[in-house]
Structure formats: C-alpha cells, structure tokens
Design a protein around this ligand. Structure first.
Ligand SMILES: [Zn+2]
Length: 512
C-alpha cells in the first residue's frame, strides 16, 4: 500500500477518535484508549480484549480469506484491545489499559491465526503508557507457536523502538514477523507469560509430592475469589511447641505484568524443596513463608500494574482494606500473627518484582537515620552479588522516599522489628551484563529461575556467616534429612558422598 495512503488512514482514524472525544493516547487521559465500536468481548475478553477478531485490509471487498489475520486475546492473562489493519502486511495494535486504571498500558499477550505460509507482517504497538522502555536497549517481544511451544525472544534485528511522527510523536515498538507454518497459531507477548492457572498446576503438583516439610494453605481470596496461596517450607520440628522460628518471607507478583518474578519465585521453591544439602540445612534452621502470587486477579485479567479495581497494590500496604485489597490485608494480618507468636521472628522479607527500564537484577532497600541499621541493609545484597553473576550492586539503592511508603518493603519494615531486613528484589525484563563486561545476556525462563536458586543460597550464606547455620559437613545434613523424610532400608544402598567445601559450593554461580 502506498505510504501516503497509510498515513491518510491513520490520520482519518485519529481524527475520528478526536470527534468521539477519546483523546486517544494522551498520557493523562482517564478514558479507555480505543473506540468502543471495536471492542470484542466474551469471558476474559469482556474486559476489553479482542476475541477472535478477523481483520481485512481497508480496501478489501468480499469474503475474508486465508491471510486475513485473526487476533485473539480473550484468554487468561491476554491483552490486546484493538487492531487497525493498515494493509495485509501492517497492523497497528493497541494494548488494553489495566482494568479500572487507564494509566497503565504496557503488557500485551495475544495470538494470531489464519496465516498464510510465509506471510510477512509488521506489527506496531502504538499506545505504550511509558516512554522509557528496555525495548530501546535491545529487549524484544517473545513468541511461540502451536508446533513450537517454547517461548523465545524475537531476533533483535526484527524489532524497532522509535518515536513515531505518524502517532503524534509517541513511542512505538514495531516488529516484523514471517509466519512460516499455515496450520500454526502464533502467540506474542511483552515477556514470558506466567498465569494464575500455571501457578495452581505447579502448586498442585508440589502438594502431590507429599513432602512433610512443605505445607500449602489458603491464606485468603482475591476480590474475584481466586486463591491467595501461602507455602510454608521448613522441617516439621520447627513448627512444634518451644521451637525457635526464624521466618524468611518471600512474595511475588504484586504487579501482574512482572512475570519474571514468578519464575524467580518458582526457582526458589524448587531449590528449597529439593534434596540438595544446602536446601536441607536451610529447612532445618529456617521457616520459609512464600506467597507466590499477591495479585491473582490482575494476573488473570492481563493487567500490567493494577488489581481488578485499578489499585497499584504495591502502594497500598500501609492500610490495606479487607474488601479493596484483600490479599494484602491477609498477608499483613498473617505477618502480625507470626510476629506475635512466642519464639518467632520475621527476619528477612523479599518482595520480587521485574524492572522495565534497567538491566540485571538488583535490590531496593530502606535507608534509616541510624547508621548501624542502614549499614546492616547492605550485607544481604553483597552476599547475593557473590552468588549471582546477573546481580548488580551498582544498581542497588536504598531510600526513605515518602512516595514509596506504601510498598511492601517499607511498610513491612515499619511493622516488624528494627532488626528485620526488608527488600524489593528487581530483575530486568530484558537482560543482564556479566560482571566483567561483554555483551548483555538476555534472560530466559531458566535464568530467572536460577536467580531464585541463587537467592536461596544467599540465605544459607547469610545465616552461616552469623553462626546460625553451622558449617557442618553437608553429608551429615543430607543424611539427617534422608532419615527424617525418606526412611529407606535394605542392603546395597551406597552412602552419599560428602560434597566439597560448603563455603565454595554455597557461593557457586548457577549461571555457568
Ligand atoms: Zn513491580
């Protein structure tokens, strides 16, 4: 299609939107970002996602045919609000704003079907609410297809981030794609999806393994009655009367679009429930309380930042309401109950997030007036930096910013004793730069999970350096665990070999 025609079509559509008063992409608009006439909704699509929407070029007459793409986002965690077909080879795509909060338009997740073999198309995502993005620094959307179900990042050479004069100077991500298999449906997303159902399947499978050191409970329900799961991972003896309970609290996914945090959390859980000697020692001395998904409604709906009701829950921790922020209210109440129990102290809190503008993983911590308390906050990130080559101390910062008072790390540190350490752990949506330089390495689902394992190993170092976890030979801990959890008998069972020095193994980098 002639470029002048394309520009004319876009101009006509934007003028039409102006007449309808939608003021489409203004950063401050409080209205939905697309004309209501183009909404298609059933089920999850009823929040404004396109549902099996087939689009044909503007100059096409007659019945639709193969190659007229079918767009769908009416599924769990889906997000695509509108499609403008500029030509058979180019489409303008509009993200659906978060429910009840049109300020946030970042997460997208949709399928494309009815493709022609070797059909090429350019997709322009034209209504991002952010101007700064890792797309500027080489991040690319992820893709999978029916016959290739593993998510992969699109090649960087096919993705462009730029300020578009055709879209009133807004920032646009464009990517070119060649559909190679006619029978496949293709799925594109902002980053690797991780749905509420995926978490439920994972937790069901974990529960079915019957470990006596893993306890799953329903801590509460979301506004839409989804589960707020709490995992307690510890040796059963730690829950008995009179036992000293050192609690480590880890939470994830308060911001629903920050899917990497779920992979980090799953990596942590996988490690903690494993038979690795380090995991056995951690379970023997510590009580891990893990809330893997703080905002299940937002995740299910395909929001980026908010809950169903449009709240940024990580600004709502100070005084959560049981009806508006029920998951936060339940967690806060649980923490207060824990802290009130005899011999129990919540010692470390880590709230896992993903960052949309910075590379690497890093920590946000709290700054205090007391120098000793401030310097104590540095210890844990330094240990994490030793364990994870993707961790950046340079990006780690500490603040007492009033605007962050409603975050988990700030609010929980106020609620708990002054000795409690409370952090936000951030991991880039995109990539990490290795410690000694070189090209940035794009994160994968596996490397996000490795960060979770490295976080677990850092807890081991943290408590061992304080003398709370003894540097006993790992084989002893492992055998003790085998006796406690997996009683076996019979000849011919060879004893476990003693691993090498614990200090080295505990700081081993899993990215190698
Ligand atoms: Zn976040």
């Amino acid at each position: 299609m002639n470029p002048n025609c394309v520009a004319m079509i876009r101009r006509q559509r934007e003028e039409e939107e102006e007449r309808r008063g939608h003021g489409t992409m203004a950063e401050t608009t409080a209205r939905p970002e697309f004309p209501s006439g183009e909404w298609r909704g059933v089920g999850v699509g009823s929040v404004g996602n396109v549902s099996r929407l087939q689009v044909a070029p503007p100059d096409h007459v007659g019945p639709t045919k193969r190659g007229h793409l079918v767009f769908n986002a009416a599924f769990e965690s889906g997000n695509l609000g509108r499609v403008d077909c500029i030509s058979e080879a180019e489409y303008d795509l509009f993200m659906r704003p978060d429910t009840c909060n049109p300020r946030y338009r970042v997460w997208f997740n949709f399928t494309v079907g009815n493709v022609r073999a070797n059909q090429r198309a350019i997709f322009n995502l034209v209504n991002f609410s952010k101007t700064r993005s890792l797309y500027r620094d080489g991040m690319t959307p992820v893709v999978k297809s029916t016959s290739r179900p593993q998510w992969t990042r699109l090649p960087g050479k096919h993705v462009f981030y730029y300020r578009s004069p055709e879209h009133r100077g807004r920032y646009v991500v464009s990517f070119a794609f060649c559909f190679d298999r006619e029978e496949d449906e293709y799925q594109f997303a902002y980053c690797f999806p991780y749905t509420y159902s995926q978490l439920q399947r994972y937790l069901d499978a974990l529960q079915a393994r019957g470990f006596d050191y893993v306890h799953r409970e329903l801590l509460g329900l979301s506004v839409q009655q989804r589960r707020l799961d709490l995992l307690t991972i510890t040796s059963p003896g730690n829950l008995g009367p009179g036992a000293k309970r050192r609690v480590v609290l880890v939470m994830a996914r308060v911001h629903p679009g920050e899917t990497p945090s779920s992979y980090v959390c799953q990596g942590l859980i996988d490690f903690l429930v494993s038979q690795q000697p380090a995991a056995v020692m951690l379970r023997e001395r510590l009580v891990f309380k893990i809330v893997p998904m703080l905002n299940p409604d937002g995740v299910h709906l395909g929001n980026y930042r908010c809950s169903l009701m449009g709240f940024d829950l990580n600004r709502s921790w100070q005084d959560p309401s049981p009806w508006a922020h029920p998951t936060l209210h339940a967690v806060r109440r649980h923490v207060v109950t824990l802290q009130a129990q005899p011999n129990t102290s919540v010692e470390v809190c880590v709230d896992v997030h993903a960052h949309s503008t910075l590379a690497n993983s890093f920590v946000y911590g709290n700054a205090f007036d007391e120098a000793e308390r401030s310097s104590r906050q540095l210890f844990f990130p330094r240990l994490l930096c030793r364990n994870a080559s993707d961790f950046s101390l340079a990006s780690t910062t500490f603040d007492s910013d009033a605007a962050k008072a409603g975050t988990a790390r700030r609010s929980l540190s106020t609620l708990l004793s002054s000795s409690c350490l409370s952090y936000t752990l951030e991991v880039s949506f995109s990539a990490f730069v290795p410690p000694h330089g070189g090209a940035a390495v794009p994160y994968t689902c596996g490397s996000y999970m490795n960060l979770g394992k490295n976080l677990a190993r850092t807890f081991l170092d943290f408590y061992r350096l304080q003398g709370i976890i003894q540097s006993i030979p790992l084989s002893v801990a492992s055998e003790r665990h085998d006796r406690a959890t997996k009683p076996r008998s019979g000849p011919g069972r060879s004893p476990k070999r003693a691993p090498t020095a614990p200090a080295r193994s505990s700081t081993r980098d899993l990215h190698g």
